[in-house]
Design a protein around this ligand. Structure first.
Ligand code: SIN
Ligand code: MN
Length: 221
């Protein structure tokens, strides 16, 4: 056992662009495995994980939503493209976690005061899964997106607000990492190039694959 993990020194917090901050190793392993337990409950809930189709192509990730159900371009309370069931409520603990995430990423103790995320897209990536470059633009609110990663490491690409191409920055998102993008980066293109199988920590609760949670404010009522 080392007192400080090497990661803490090798992967310092990093601003990838104005308003876009990566905080490595924010979630502890017990927190990660607790969230993975919740993920199993969500996946067994009223709406099973589902792969959406975007422009005729089925996505390789499987998604379960909380609060509001996302399908390309539209949020609704019922998963009309899956089984018609209403999605689970957005958990109160996740509102608080989202607020703490904004405080952590910005260093401003009041950064979370106005933040009440009301939807989360929980994506599961198996070893071949990826996500093409896209913007998160189906929300009416410009509030930041809070992203949490658990399980296998991935290669994440964070770009600019005007094109899917350069300039962009490639970074690894590792189990426990927090990434927040808001302000001038809120509509930046981003995607997951690749997942590295078998790289997740043994005690994160996920024996294979990767989970990513993005919390958002829909601006809907
Ligand atoms: C997303 O863009 O919705 C997911 C990003 C990620 O998996 O890290
Ligand atoms: Mn996205």
């Amino acid at each position: 056992m080392t007192l400080f993990s090497d990661d803490l020194f090798e992967r310092p917090r990093r601003e990838l662009a104005p308003g876009a901050t990566l905080v490595p190793g924010w979630l502890t392993l017990p927190q990660q495995s607790w969230i993975v337990e919740r993920f199993r409950e969500w996946a067994a809930g009223p709406v099973p994980p589902h792969s959406s189709s975007v422009a005729g192509h089925q996505m390789s990730v499987r998604t379960v939503c909380l609060g509001w159900h996302w399908r390309p371009n539209v949020y609704s309370r019922e998963a009309v493209d899956v089984n018609g069931n209403r999605v689970l409520e957005f958990p109160e603990w996740m509102v608080h976690l989202g607020r703490r995430a904004l405080i952590e990423a910005s260093g401003d103790p009041h950064a979370g005061d106005e933040y009440t995320p009301d939807t989360a897209l929980v994506n599961y990536y198996d070893e071949g899964a990826h996500m093409g470059m896209h913007q998160d633009r189906d929300e009416r609110s410009t509030a930041p997106v809070v992203s949490l990663s658990i399980g296998d490491t991935c290669l994440f690409r964070f770009g600019n607000t005007t094109t899917r191409t350069r300039p962009y920055t490639d970074v690894e998102l590792v189990s426990g990492d927090l990434f927040v993008f808001g302000g001038p980066s809120r509509l930046a293109f981003h995607g997951v190039q690749k997942v590295f199988p078998g790289t997740g920590p043994v005690n994160c609760g996920l024996p294979r694959g990767r989970i990513n949670i993005t919390m958002r404010v829909t601006g809907l009522s």
